[in-house]
Ligand binder design. Structure first.
Ligand SMILES: [Ca+2]
Ligand SMILES: [Ca+2]
Length: 207
């Protein structure tokens, strides 16, 4: 039987009169380093544990860590990986394949797991937004995740095809202003390195 875990902010519970002595499960997500990844529906992009960050040519570990504790502060062990995934708030143009952004493993003895594998996804999480971890379908209330995402699937329909290339051409001819959505390696330049990613990803779709 699948457990449904509702991780609700304590402040929100207080507002509806739930006693402070009966706190909700505490679900936390964090990253030890900010980073950037490009993603494709086929999972062709880099691992979060080897993400891009300006000035760090060897990559950074932008793994997302998740910890689930119950009302008593004890770890929630073996919570299923497929019920923990990375998404984004409403309005952020980030799309993902079914199961394409789930946790690496079920939660361990400390109630912890990670999200580090290449995401099977498309669209963007621009610097003005942040992704969000969902547990049992509910967004984790407390989580600061400085991760940006872009994709050769620019329009986020989870297929990389000619309709996406149109956007690239627009950006390339746009007067030298690098559009975030096509600077796949986050180096502030739109050049052959980014073209290579787009070309290699043509035809990618969810499996
Ligand atoms: Ca597309
Ligand atoms: Ca670039």
């Amino acid at each position: 039987m699948r457990i449904v875990l509702i991780c609700t902010a304590a402040a929100a519970l207080a507002s509806v009169g739930v006693a402070a002595s009966d706190p909700p499960p505490v679900c936390t997500a964090w990253m030890n380093h900010a980073g950037h990844v490009w993603v494709s529906p086929a999972g062709r992009g880099p691992m979060l544990s080897n993400a891009y960050f300006p000035g760090w040519p060897d990559g950074v570990d932008a793994t997302i860590h998740v910890r689930l504790l119950d009302q008593n502060g004890d770890p929630i062990v073996a919570y299923p990986a497929e019920d923990i995934w990375l998404g984004a708030p409403v309005g952020v143009p980030f799309a993902y394949c079914a199961g394409g952004t789930v946790a690496d493993d079920d939660t361990d003895a400390n109630g912890e797991t990670t999200i580090s594998r290449p995401l099977r996804a498309g669209g963007q999480v621009p610097p003005t937004d942040q992704p969000r971890v969902f547990v049992g379908g509910q967004p984790i209330a407390f989580g600061d995740l400085p991760l940006t995402v872009n994709s050769p699937d620019v329009n986020g329909d989870l297929v990389v095809d000619l309709s996406d290339i149109v956007f690239f051409t627009q950006d390339l001819l746009g007067g030298g202003i690098v559009d975030f959505r096509h600077d796949f390696n986050a180096d502030g330049v739109l050049n052959l390195s980014d073209v290579v990613v787009l070309a290699a990803s043509l035809g990618d779709r969810c499996e």
